[in-house]
Design a protein around this ligand. Structure first.
Ligand code: BG6
Length: 469
């Protein structure tokens, strides 16, 4: 990796972009099963082919190079490497990622490898998935296999992508498989996934010279919606639930005690064993990946049971109830003056600066990478391109805030646009597009650079010229 050069790249994830769902010995993931079988697959599409990056990666990396990008964040599909999650290794899976990594490096991209971006092997889900400690042990074994196979070329590693968001979708919102509304399971899965991250990190430390390891957290800078009594408590608990439940074990080696004590009043936390404490301490990570999309606007808890809302329909509606309720703790509401996307994401660039500084103040100057930031929109081709001026405005505003945070002391080393090209947007299907490059899913996945692709290219060139001065 080139020293001191800021990484300007873009990101994808295996199930969302690869396709080739049953090629070369790959096993099933929970998303293969969901997209083929579940009635909850409201958009009725699958990732079977997706953007076909499994076959088109060379073209994608050439386009990245031509737009001056110098880093690619991608994820490895666990069931491609170990089809049943904890059994035999599929050499063809290893071979694919070797080709992928070699090609990205040949095209000037520093690899950032995420070990888990939600495509859990179905065979492990059948045994309880993230509710079963054996999954954590299987994950550490899978991680070790990847460290040994790719560690000679990959120097930036991520254990998990967005534990909070993915597990809340699986066990609280219930819009991701296994579609539960069970807060006991949500808490347990969060603990086991952070335990798995620590176990994998312990394996990482046994390897020689394979770089740095971190976690990617979806962070939600919290802002008070009023100054009435109870706001300090609501803000503290919102930060604990939305941000520190992942960041504290990742960078301090322990969970936020005040939240643990509060949860213990209503949940059985006997799965948190004394003997795990040492594992969490040893599993502290090196680098912090931040996915920043939107902020959290906090209100005091008023009434009712816990729930977390979601909008996978892409139809904007004014809310008649809070976006989420954490019983006894806080609520998230919409700011009436906010600007929102069709999927109810508030566009709030200042949050980028604030969250980077919050991380720096709480954990010291750890290296930060903005591992995802981007705008999801309905888009169509116009004269072989997309005039995505809204996205350009979004990216520019967020990067301006990032640079402010950097100048104010946050050790930010890289920034990745979500996403390199249009891809499968989970339950939202294919209509919600984030790419710098348009993917024509209907016609052989042909790629068309959008206006934002050219804007990013020029922006990076100007930045790099300044950097060299
Ligand atoms: C992040 C994920 O939550 O946001 C990505 O890491 C995801 O995988 C992205 O695609 C955008 O979310 P969505 O649901 O709009 O695709």
């Amino acid at each position: 990796m080139e020293k001191n050069k800021f990484l300007w790249g873009s990101a994808t994830a295996s199930y969302q972009c690869e396709g080739a769902w049953n090629e070369d010995g790959k096993g099933l993931s929970i998303w293969d099963v969901f997209s083929h079988e579940s009635e909850k697959n409201i958009n009725n599409v699958t990732g079977d082919v997706s953007a076909d990056n499994y076959h088109l990666y060379e073209e994608d990396f050439k386009m990245m190079k031509e737009s001056n990008q110098n880093s690619y964040r991608f994820s490895v599909s666990w069931p491609r490497i170990i089809p049943d999650g904890d059994g035999e290794v599929n050499q063809k899976g290893i071979d694919f990622y070797n080709r992928l990594i070699d090609s990205m490096i040949a095209n000037g991209q520093t690899p950032m490898l995420t070990l888990y971006h939600w495509d859990l092997p179905e065979a492990l889900q059948k045994k309880g998935g993230w509710l079963n400690y054996d999954t954590a042990i299987a994950f550490a074994r899978y991680a070790k296999i990847c460290f040994n196979a790719f560690g000679d070329r990959v120097k930036l590693w991520i254990t998990f992508n967005e534990p909070y968001y993915s597990l809340s979708s699986m066990y609280a919102v219930g819009n991701y498989p296994p579609h539960e509304h069970n807060y006991d399971h949500f808490i347990l899965a969060g603990y086991i996934q952070m335990y798995a991250s620590a176990l994998a990190t312990i394996e990482f430390r046994k390897c020689n010279d394979i770089g740095k390891i971190g976690i990617v957290a979806d962070l939600h800078p919290c802002y008070p919606s009023n100054t009435e009594v109870g706001m300090d408590y609501a803000m503290e608990m919102a930060n604990n639930c939305l941000n520190y439940w992942v960041l504290d074990p990742a960078f301090k080696g322990e969970f936020p005690q005040k939240l643990v004590d509060k949860l213990a009043e209503t949940h059985d936390l006997s799965f948190m064993k004394k003997e795990h404490k040492e594992i969490f301490k040893q599993g502290v990570l090196d680098i912090c990946g931040i996915n920043y999309y939107t902020r959290a606007y906090i209100h005091q808890y008023t009434e009712g049971e816990s729930y977390i809302g979601s909008n996978n329909k892409g139809i904007r509606k004014v809310k008649t109830r809070p976006l989420s309720v954490f019983k006894g703790l806080f609520e998230e509401i919409e700011d009436k003056n906010g600007v929102f996307t069709d999927w109810d994401m508030e566009i709030y660039p200042k949050g980028m600066r604030d969250i980077c500084l919050t991380v720096t103040n709480r954990y010291g100057t750890i290296p930060i990478y903005i591992t995802e930031n981007g705008l999801g929109e309905y888009e169509s081709l116009e004269n072989n391109t997309v005039h995505d001026q809204k996205r350009i405005k979004f990216l520019k505003a967020h990067i301006d805030e990032l640079i402010k945070a950097k100048n104010e002391g946050a050790d930010i080393r890289g920034y990745y646009v979500w996403s390199t090209f249009d891809l499968y947007s989970w339950v939202n299907g294919y209509k919600k597009r984030y790419g710098l490059v348009y993917t024509d899913f209907e016609h052989g996945n042909k790629r068309y650079p959008k206006d934002s692709y050219y804007w990013y290219k020029d922006f990076i060139e100007t930045y790099q010229k300044e950097e060299e001065k």
